[in-house]
Design a protein around this ligand. Structure first.
Ligand code: MG
Length: 400
């Protein structure tokens, strides 16, 4: 390897090729659980959840990106592909990749800023454009670390990686009794932190919280994802009902646009509110954190990429918030990135663990990443420590 004193290559390597892939996996039970009352699958394979009016696919779907350098090195990134995935692929292929060609991955942070700026004045501060940026950003960081033969965590920090505990997310069963039993079964396997989804609390949110507290005991951490369902007044009323059951946090109580209402809920319930999975950038974090004293900030690597994830986590620290990274459904590429970065954060609490798909989707990758008794195992090897394996290619389709 030809490197300078700081480990930087003396001869720059340049991006030569960018490819996008849609990866689709069938699943038996829709994400968040079986269909609820008045919910159905539309002709394109989507469900609109009545609980929060949000659309979800009935398959697991993700977008993987391969960036190849002029020396033949490959880096991998990933982003959301759950809805209209070809839109994100088109943004990468038509808009971003041609600008990225010829850039040196060592400049990844400046590249993010440049590519973000391409569409800044057109209102593309996130959404599909942000997802496209995230996938490329992760691949460029993967290339940087692989170029040095280092795991990503070691590139980011000279300190030993910190443990990354996980919390169990989601109880995808049809009835409250079945969800409680599912949580108890995990507890018997050593899990001590649980989050359920209010969108599918068909028997009532407070009723589900109470049943879980009784079943899991006073030591368990229990959280509820409120999926942006409420305004400040109704979120306040619900928090009052849940307080006796000692929630660790209440997630996403109000609609993302209602910054003032989020701030009001945070001020009423200090230490209790979590939010941030839908943020893409430090700019969104900076608009909210000064007014809304969140206890937990939840960056999602599939939206933020590594560059913005780190900047958001740093801002969270500045405002006294812990980081509890969000984990959406993917092949595991962006999850690997999220675990590496999380292991470097002084203000990490626990990382979300999508137990219903995590182990299954690991079969797609060549990796030793894992999660045992509620603690993640960081993938070893250089870069992200993950690469698509044979099973990945059975489910992946190149998007030209
Ligand atoms: Mg959530």
């Amino acid at each position: 390897m030809t490197t300078g004193a700081a480990g930087r290559r003396a001869v720059p390597r340049r991006v030569a090729k960018v490819e996008t892939f849609i990866v689709t996996l069938p699943r038996d039970t829709p994400y968040l659980g079986p269909l609820g009352p008045d919910e159905s699958v539309n002709p394109r394979g989507y469900i609109v959840r009545k609980g929060n009016g949000t659309i979800y696919p009935t398959v697991d779907r993700s977008i993987a990106v391969r960036v190849t350098l002029d020396d033949g090195s490959e880096g991998w990134g990933e982003t959301y592909g759950i809805c209209a995935p070809r839109a994100t692929c088109e943004i990468i292929n038509d808009l971003l990749a041609p600008v990225l060609l010829g850039h040196d991955p060592e400049e990844v942070e400046a590249i993010w800023d440049e590519l973000y700026g391409l569409m800044r004045v057109r209102g593309c501060g996130g959404g599909f454009h942000g997802d496209a940026l995230a996938a490329l950003d992760i691949a460029l960081w993967d290339l940087r670390a692989r170029g040095r033969g280092l795991p990503l965590a070691a590139l980011l920090s000279s300190e030993a990686p910190r443990p990354v505990p996980g919390y169990l997310s989601g109880l995808p069963a049809a009835t409250l009794a079945e969800r409680v039993e599912m949580a108890r079964a995990w507890q018997r396997q050593g899990i001590d932190a649980f989050k359920f989804a209010a969108v599918v609390s068909h028997e009532g949110i407070a009723e589900e919280f109470a049943a879980l507290r009784v079943a899991l005991g006073s030591d368990a951490d229990i959280m509820v994802d409120l999926h942006w369902k409420f305004d400040a007044a109704s979120a306040h009323a619900l928090a009052s009902r849940l307080a006796p059951y000692k929630p660790r946090f209440l997630e996403a109580p109000v609609k993302p646009e209602l910054v003032g209402e989020l701030a009001a809920v945070c001020r009423s319930w200090p230490g209790l509110i979590a939010a941030g999975e839908e943020w893409y950038t430090e700019y969104e974090a900076a608009l909210r954190l000064p007014a809304a004293p969140l206890a937990y900030v939840q960056p999602e690597m599939g939206h933020t990429g590594i560059t913005q994830f780190r900047r958001i986590a740093a801002l969270a620290g500045r405002y006294g918030a812990l980081v509890a990274p969000h984990a959406t459904i993917g092949t595991g590429i962006f999850l690997a990135a999220s675990l590496h970065v999380s292991s470097t954060l002084p203000n990490l609490w626990k990382h979300e663990w999508q137990h219903s798909v995590f182990a299954r989707n690991l079969a797609l990758l060549d990796t030793d990443m894992g999660c045992e008794r509620g603690v993640y195992r960081l993938p070893g090897g250089p870069g992200l420590g993950v690469k698509p394996g044979a099973a990945f290619w059975e489910h992946a389709r190149l998007v030209a």
